[in-house]
Design a protein around this ligand. Structure first.
Ligand code: ATP
Ligand code: MG
Length: 581
């Protein structure tokens, strides 16, 4: 039997003592220092032998679970024609993130950032009957996006490996099943990879469509923020948090609203100061109703001015506001808009000025019927006190636009919300018919009539996962891979100049290899100190040290993750390692 022991003396790897200058995240620094990846250009990396092994192992887990859920693997080109992306407007909507290029005849092409269009067209071309459906197709392929800040190494590449799959169904019920089986498959993938993650409700984003969830790996270095409950499993994107509305309060017996001269009080702070000097009860910013004005541009072309009322102690969160208006886009009013609409008295805007002038007025869910507010009276220097929602004004609806803060009640009624950070590792998306409409992807239904297919789109960041696993497992000494993806199971270190020890180490390596473990043997002519440091940096889950004890028939078995060291007899190495698995 031919042994395939990889020897450090021969392995294409150079470890570095210093952190790369451009790296910010620990995983990025260590993957470079340990010789797993090398930067070629910003956001563009080469995978060296150790890195490629991890990448391939992650890829294998993803592939196995995609096959198990019924997906069929195909491979599309990354070099794509412009036309399909023109049909869906993504040629321009993608903006600067899209790598566009021209061929020798001047024809526009692009490097695929994601492939909804191509899969929809592919299914349209191949399938004609309801009998062919449902189908899930996937690929594991390089994607290209000209990311604005590719600073996190492989976590945000401009070329990166993604598993993208697409489901096609005849009806909503089928589409739900496809979505659910992807969700299950993703949970199995991330569990097998040992990743700590949460599933958060996402908003639909630029892709359009409805149901969408993101899988976020927990990491304080993540670029995504989300909130989670202190007491339940609730987790959501900040954009998707629904504010619990207080129950309506009866308005009988509440004092009538009164208008006051408040002087120059155009801000919440100045208004609160005035109220505390002029009224007979203490007032905080939370008692005031702040009205923000936005211009909403609807996809059909019209623009409207909308007033947004939120408690004065909260800021508007523009991302939440924008998500609430999607697919319309929003911008804050400019001075010219105030000039053109004299009923808008900047700093003194109240609900009724908006409502009486035909502007839509939406309120934060906390502005429930029966709640009392201090707010603008639509005249410079005047505010109204005791304005009661539902009695003195009736808003056109509620909107999620206010910031979410630590300590806010969790929408599921259990515990309070805290902010957390994560790295997006997967995204599942019920697209509906956005792309099948664009290309007219129909099959002949059972009743002989055409049926428009319902598409889902699902992505896993395969190369990003390598960075995520590194990030979640590393320590101050180096990488510390879980067994499921480690480049080698065991790192045998020869820490003894004696030739007999070297032979003994090789024998151990061969035995372990024969038992089905992948073995890396450090046979270099280097000091034990250098070798130990490298073994910690490289991060194989188990390190076997053949050192001084060898003469007495003993070697050390070190668990990289826990740091635990055990001395075992030569003939017990295999079982000692099996015990740590
Ligand atoms: P992000 O918000 O991090 O930019 P995204 O919303 O653009 O992600 P998708 O378009 O849903 O991501 O892509 C599917 C998956 O591909 C993501 O969940 C993520 O794991 C991975 N991914 C996206 N962009 C990159 C990138 N630049 N480098 C590496 N992986 C990426
Ligand atoms: Mg992105």
């Amino acid at each position: 039997m031919a042994f395939v022991i990889t020897r450090m003396s021969n392995l294409f790897v150079r470890t570095l003592r210093d952190d790369p200058a451009d790296a910010e995240l620990p995983s990025h620094k260590l993957l470079v220092r340990a010789g797993y990846i090398r930067r070629v250009a910003p956001g563009v990396y080469s995978w060296l032998p150790l890195g490629l092994k991890v990448l391939r192992r992650v890829e294998a887990v993803v592939r196995e679970e995609m096959d198990a859920m019924g997906g069929q693997e195909i491979s599309l080109p990354a070099l794509l024609p412009r036309d399909p992306y023109e049909v869906t407007h993504r040629w321009s909507d993608y903006g600067d993130d899209l790598f566009r290029l021209k061929d020798r005849r001047g024809v526009d092409m692009l490097l695929g950032p994601t492939h909804e269009e191509l899969f929809a067209l592919l299914v349209k071309g191949e399938y004609t009957s309801y009998k062919d459906l449902p189908v899930t197709l996937y690929q594991i392929q390089n994607k290209y996006r000209d990311e604005a800040r590719p600073r996190a190494g492989i976590l945000r590449g401009r070329e990166f490996l993604m598993k993208d799959s697409y489901s096609f169904d005849l009806d909503e019920a089928g589409a739900k099943v496809s979505y659910a089986s992807h969700r299950d498959a993703y949970q199995r993938i991330f569990a097998r990879l040992g990743i700590r993650y949460v599933i958060v409700a996402a908003t639909s984003g630029a892709m359009g469509g409805s149901a969408s969830e993101e899988f976020l790996a927990e990491s304080s270095n993540g670029e995504d923020t989300y909130v989670r409950s202190t007491e339940s499993g609730y987790a959501a994107n900040v954009e998707a948090v629904l504010t619990p509305a207080p129950a309506p309060v009866p308005t009988d017996g509440l004092p009538a609203a009164t208008v006051h001269e408040t002087g120059a009080t155009p801000t919440i702070a100045t208004l609160v100061d005035w109220a505390n000097s002029a009224l007979d009860h203490p007032v905080t910013a939370a008692d005031t109703l702040k009205n923000i004005l936005v211009k909403v541009h609807h996809p059909a072309g019209e623009t409207e001015i909308v007033g947004i009322g939120i408690p004065g102690d909260r800021d508007v969160d523009m991302k939440r506001l924008e998500a609430s208006f999607e697919p319309a886009t929003v911008e804050l009013l400019e001075q010219a808009d105030f000039d053109a609409n004299p009923f808008l008295v900047k700093g003194y805007i109240g609900p009724n000025g908006l409502l009486h002038n035909g502007a839509r007025y939406l309120v934060d869910p906390r502005v429930a019927d029966g709640t009392t507010w201090i707010t603008g009276a639509d005249e410079a220097g005047k505010h109204v006190v005791g304005l009661v929602a539902g009695r003195d004004f009736v808003a056109d609806g509620t909107i999620e636009a206010a910031e979410v803060r630590d300590g806010d009640p969790s929408p599921d009624g259990k515990g309070t919300l805290v902010a957390a950070r994560g790295i997006e590792i997967g995204h599942i998306f019920a697209l509906g018919t956005k792309y099948t409409d664009a290309f007219g992807v129909d099959v002949l239904g059972e009743n002989g009539k055409p049926v428009r297919l319902i598409q889902g789109s699902y992505g896993v960041g395969v190369s990003r996962l390598v960075g995520v696993i590194a990030e979640q497992t590393l320590d101050d000494k180096g990488l510390a891979w879980p067994r499921s993806v480690a480049p080698f199971d065991v790192h045998v270190v020869i820490a003894n100049k004696d030739a007999g020890a070297a032979d003994g180490a090789l024998e151990i390596a061969q035995d372990l290899d024969a038992s089905g473990l992948a073995v890396l043997l450090d046979d270099r002519k280097a000091s034990p100190g250098v070798k130990f440091k490298d073994s910690e940096l490289l991060g194989m889950p188990t390190v076997v040290v053949v050192g001084r004890g060898f003469a007495d028939g003993l070697v050390e078995v070190r668990d990289r993750a826990t740091g635990e060291v055990t001395e075992v007899a030569l003939d017990a190495v295999g079982s000692a390692i099996a015990g740590t698995r």
